[in-house]
Design a protein around this ligand. Structure first.
Ligand code: UD1
Ligand code: UDP
Length: 353
């Protein structure tokens, strides 16, 4: 069987690494990179660090509006699928690259497999929610990270092809945690001591694109006395500059470039707390048992909140400061809600059946 893996954005490289290792034992893999992310530290660093094979095709689509980006990907992916005739298209997560890959495959009558199927924030104003729902509804194999995800699919009438595999990000984290501990010198490089700093990441459109929201977040960070380390996503950098907030933030927090996975994993593992609006980081904080404050009103990773390790906070300066200061996990409840590793192996096994 020939599998076309379609990826393009940072979290997809981290998700595909363990799956690619497994599927290459049994199948032929063709990697199609849409080019959605293209800066070295959003893209190539992950291929190098995580030993992901070089993409076979690079579409160079880059940035743009949702319609431009998704449409251009769709057109270019279709051309390659017609030429390469894979038996299956494999997509990850909820980005525009995910939707374009799934649609291109489905319209050509090629089977589609979705890793991280069934996630729902129930917020259709979030571009990723539209991508998730549409991708799931044109997929033949739906690999779910959690029981909640399985239930979400059943509620939408999707029953065939649904597999509970656990989360492939657990595989990545378990594979790399000790490697990160021994190889990464990020704490020394930044002059940080374990458990004496907070890590922050922000990149959701709802937080970056709206000036009042971004300003509330910046003001909250600037008023806090704790050391905050903030690897800045390029989208966030663009809007911080556009709204004249970049220099103000830089004066109060440690603003750094986005990090590679090993440095970021080590930085999270030694943090006192994590502040984020990232999907993946909420989960990684849970797995690493680091209290997490999420600057969003909803989450598709509801288990992290249910178990008391993650707190959702509406965007308001005082709310944010209070939450960061006061939030402590409400219980010691900590289960393997995202599986215990081995998700990639299960995916390869189900595809082989
Ligand atoms: C995308 C995904 C989001 C995911 C995130 C992971 C969609 C709709 N969004 O958001 O779900 O959580 O990736 O990080 O697919 N830019 C650069 N260099 C890059 C990439 C982007 O400068 O390498 C800048 C550009 O100005 C671009 C902006 O960031 O316009 C946003 O990039 P885009 O890929 O559209 O969305 P993300 O915010 O990265
Ligand atoms: N990450 C990273 N370097 C950073 C920030 C995040 O390697 O500077 C990793 C993080 O550990 C997680 C993934 O990127 O595995 C999350 O990606 P992102 O927050 O961009 O996207 P989301 O998960 O919200 O879709």
């Amino acid at each position: 069987m020939k599998i076309a893996t379609i990826v393009g954005a940072r979290p997809q490289f981290i998700k595909m690494a363990p799956v690619s290792r497994e599927i290459r034992k049994k199948f032929k893999e063709l990697i199609i990179h849409t080019g959605q992310h293209y800066d070295y530290e959003m893209d190539r660093i992950f291929f190098e660090e995580l030993d992901i094979p070089k993409p076979d095709c690079h579409l160079g689509v880059g940035s743009g509006t949702h319609g431009y980006q998704t449409g251009t990907m769709l057109k270019k992916i279709e051309e390659i699928l017609i030429q390469e005739k894979p038996d299956l298209v494999l997509v990850y997560g909820d980005t525009n690259s995910t939707l374009a890959g799934a649609l291109a495959g489905a319209k050509l009558g090629i089977k589609v497999a979705h890793v991280e199927a069934g996630l729902r924030s129930f917020d259709r104003s979030m571009p990723e929610e539209v991508n998730r729902v549409l991708t799931d509804h044109c997929s033949d194999f739906l690999f779910c990270p959690t029981e909640t995800a399985v239930k979400n699919l059943h509620r939408e009438g999707i029953n065939d092809g649904v597999y509970l595999t656990g989360d492939v990000m657990v595989d990545s984290l378990l594979h790399n945690k000790e490697i990160a501990e021994s190889r990464s010198g990020i704490l020394d490089e930044l002059g940080l001591k374990s458990k004496e700093y907070i890590v922050a990441t922000i990149h959701r459109a709802s937080n970056t694109d709206r000036k009042e929201n971004l300003e509330s977040i910046v003001n909250a960070f600037c008023e806090m006395e704790e050391i905050i380390v903030f690897p800045v996503h390029p989208r966030t950098k663009k809007y911080l500059k556009k709204y004249g907030l970049f220099d103000k933030l830089r004066a109060s927090v440690k603003l750094i470039k986005p990090l590679g996975y090993l440095d970021f994993l080590k930085l999270m593992n030694h943090a006192k707390k994590i502040i984020t609006d990232s999907g993946g980081i909420q989960k990684e904080a849970y797995i690493l048992k680091i209290p997490c404050v999420t600057l969003r009103e909803n989450t598709e990773w509801i288990e992290t909140v249910e178990d008391g390790w993650n707190m959702l906070v509406a965007i308001d300066k005082d709310n944010i400061i209070r939450a960061i200061h006061q939030f402590q996990p409400s219980s010691v409840k900590h289960k393997e809600r995202f599986g215990s590793g081995g998700a990639a192996g299960k995916i390869a096994k189900y595809l082989a059946e």
